[in-house]
Write a protein that binds this ligand. Sequence first.
Ligand SMILES: [Cu+2]
Length: 279
Amino acid sequence: MKMSMGRMGARWLGLTVGSVALAASGAAYAELGQPAPWEFRLQEAASPVMEQITWFHNWLLWIISIITLFVLGLLIAVVVKFNARSNPVPSRTTHNTLIEVAWTLIPVLILVGIAVPSFRLLFLQLDIPKADLTIKATGKQWYWSYAYPDNGKFEFDSLMAQDKQPRLLGVDNEMVVPINKVIRVQTTGADVIHSFAVPAFGIKIDAIPGRLNETWFTATKLGMFYGQCSELCGKDHAFMPIAVRVVNDQEFAAWVETAKKKYASNPANSFASVGTAAQ
Ligand SMILES: [Cu+2]
């Protein structure tokens, strides 16, 4: 199969432009709160932090695509225009002030254009606003326990439910949060290091024994949101999903009342037991 350089370049260009356009276009294949078949984009955002992460991801994708296409264009120009046959007498030019200033200045400007939103995002993630609700998530081999110290101090275990959908993500007892409230998530590990991650909220934080880490999110959409332990923690690492149900204020208040009764008899339901809970 013979293909001219120009045509091959055009093909690659088409392919790259196509991929970038597809990746940057709307919500193709995205499903709220959980992965979808053939999904290659980030999950649909359901918190301000995740919206910023998605924006930053797309911003970087545009920058890197333009740079790659530009370098590809330069390489093609060199190959086509300056090979020994089409350019038998090479130029002896060694300096060009304009180009030298440009190839120093433009990369600096690109890096500034990356650094500014990058730091803005970092501060948004790490500067935890005043919380409306605190939830403590304890990673255990191999499930999560959620404690609600603000709402009558109850704690319950959340284990993967084999019969629930989506497969490997459904749990028996979901973590429940109210919509549009600042939720502070504190994490710790009872045995080994786990990691609490929910893609749609843009959170991922290690749960380390003997240490209390914290992060935050504000859920801006109602529904179910799934995540997984994201630190290799042993044989059932893949089977300790995180399921968060976002409800409105009234539903949350009602759930708290039921939860207090439902989990009152939970043997693991003692704040002192965190870290020594039975496996
Ligand atoms: Cu784990």
